[in-house]
Design a protein around this ligand. Structure first.
Ligand code: FAD
Length: 116
């Protein structure tokens, strides 16, 4: 049969969740309609309530209360998500990510062709 997998721990859950979240910003329209903007705000609000790591969810809700979701464009939403992720990076003592590179990491691939 297939190899046995274990339930995700906080790290694996985090990596796959960030992959999903940044990928959503990457596929977000350059010029979203008001409906699309409102859907993304609803999604992030519900995501922060349902995220299945309760301490993580609580801190993320605090972050969102102080930093309202910016979803007026793909660029704004991508930057906002990068800042949200950096807030967690700082908390965990991880290196901050250069947010000018979010689109290369999550949408276009690196300019030097590393993802080809
Ligand atoms: P990750 O932080 O998972 O990052 C994955 C990849 O994303 C990196 O390799 C890098 O290429 C890229 N990346 C890194 N930073 C950025 C950025 N700012 N913008 C764009 N791309 C970036 N863990 C806890 O222990 N405590 C918590 O309170 C906690 N809160 C979390 C809250 C949320 C909403 C999420 C989604 C996760 C949370 N996590 C938390 C998990 C934590 O953020 C990491 O996912 C986990 O520690 C694994 O880290 P990692 O080093 O593999 O890389």
């Amino acid at each position: 049969g297939p190899p046995l997998a274990c339930p995700p721990d906080v790290e694996e859950l985090g990596r796959s969740s960030w992959t999903l979240l940044h990928s959503i910003t990457a596929s977000y329209p350059i010029s979203p309609t008001l409906t699309e903007q409102s859907q993304v705000r609803q999604f992030m609000g519900l995501f922060s309530k349902l995220y299945p790591c309760w301490v993580c969810a609580e801190d993320f809700q605090d972050f969102m209360a102080k930093n309202r979701v910016r979803a007026e464009s793909r660029e704004e939403f991508g930057q906002w998500m990068c800042e949200a992720h950096n807030d967690v990076n700082r908390k965990l003592g991880k290196k901050e990510f250069d947010c000018s590179k979010w689109e290369e990491r999550w949408r276009t691939g690196w300019k030097d062709g590393r993802c080809d």
